[in-house]
Ligand binder design. Structure first.
Ligand code: ZN
Ligand code: ZN
Length: 314
């Protein structure tokens, strides 16, 4: 099944590259960028699949049983722009190219010294014969890393200055997932990539994990009155669970429900709120109005200013 999907993927991407991208690069005299362009095409295609999948799952749910009526369409349009920029945009491409060159350089250096970094599979060779267990283990470890990144985002003033862009949204929908400051996105990508490299997640599994995680994250932001029941709420982050994290009382250092995928971390570290009737108003009352209702550029600029002030301790 996985091989079949991979083959369809390679064929589609290869055809688009040959029919559209390659002639365009040739005409523009940019053939030396062909490899990079192919990488970007794969990235953007993956983004299209993600957005379509997320829309197909979340939009009907929001229409069926919303938490609140939509009163600010402009604020949602800004989040749509965030999503398109993050999933198809130029910035992730730059980050991706930089990261993959850094990885290649690092691998080259390591190869010269003859040092092979340990991975989960080299430490526990039995995992090679249990791909599903290995995949689950990668998901759990990566999610543990994400829980702590999110807690630090609320703990350190300079980091929250960036993260408050995500919290300022009062009209939360499934589009809100990608509403982040670019600098915050860059840190998040480095963090996630570093943990994945450290435990040695194979590239194909990495892509699968990122896809599933983003689907779950988009759903957890959806404007839908949906809880997974008393057991389910403890197994997987639901729209109800994450809405409490976005509640007005949960902004800044008063956060609760930090988990991205598995609520077990909040349970273990004493930050969980499992009140299943609670669907609070979302937003950050301390954030400037421009972070809530300003356009994309305004939010990026004001987020950066806020970050600068926090660094200088003002
Ligand atoms: Zn947060
Ligand atoms: Zn969120």
């Amino acid at each position: 099944m996985f091989d079949f999907l991979t083959r369809i993927w390679v064929d589609t991407s290869g055809t688009i590259f040959e029919v559209a991208l390659q002639p365009a690069l040739y005409a523009a005299g940019l053939m030396m960028w062909a490899d990079r362009a192919q990488e970007w095409l794969d990235f953007a295609l993956l983004g299209v699949v993600q957005v379509v999948l997320v829309y197909a799952v979340c939009r009907p749910l929001e229409a069926l049983h919303p938490v609140e009526p939509v009163s600010d369409h402009a604020a949602i349009r800004t989040d749509v722009l965030y999503t398109l920029l993050a999933r198809l945009g130029l910035l992730p491409l730059i980050a991706f190219v930089l990261l993959s060159s850094a990885e290649r350089m690092l691998n080259g250096l390591l190869a010269d010294t003859g040092f092979v970094p340990p991975t989960l599979e080299t430490l526990f060779p039995a995992l090679r014969d249990m791909p599903v267990v290995a995949l689950l283990l990668y998901v759990v470890i990566l999610d543990f890393g994400e829980y702590w990144r999110h807690r630090f985002q609320h703990m350190f003033g300079w980091w929250y200055a960036l993260h408050s862009v995500h919290h300022a949204q009062r009209q939360m929908t499934f589009w809100t997932d990608d509403r982040n400051h670019l600098l915050d996105d860059a840190i998040a990508a480095l963090w996630f990539g570093a943990v994945a490299l450290l435990i040695g997640v194979p590239p194909a599994q990495f892509v699968l994990i990122v896809m599933l995680r983003q689907l779950a994250e988009s759903l957890s932001h959806a404007n839908v009155r949906l809880s997974f029941g008393s057991l389910g709420e403890r197994l997987l982050v639901s729209p109800r669970f994450h809405r409490i994290h976005h509640g007005e009382l949960s902004a800044g250092e008063h956060g609760r429900n930090y988990a991205v995928l598995l609520p077990v971390w909040d349970w273990l570290f004493g930050t969980a709120d499992f009140d299943r009737k609670s669907y609070p108003r979302t937003g950050d009352p301390d954030a400037p109005e421009s972070l809530a209702t300003g356009g994309w550029l305004r939010q990026q600029v004001d987020g950066l200013k806020q970050f600068g002030r926090a660094l200088r301790g003002r």
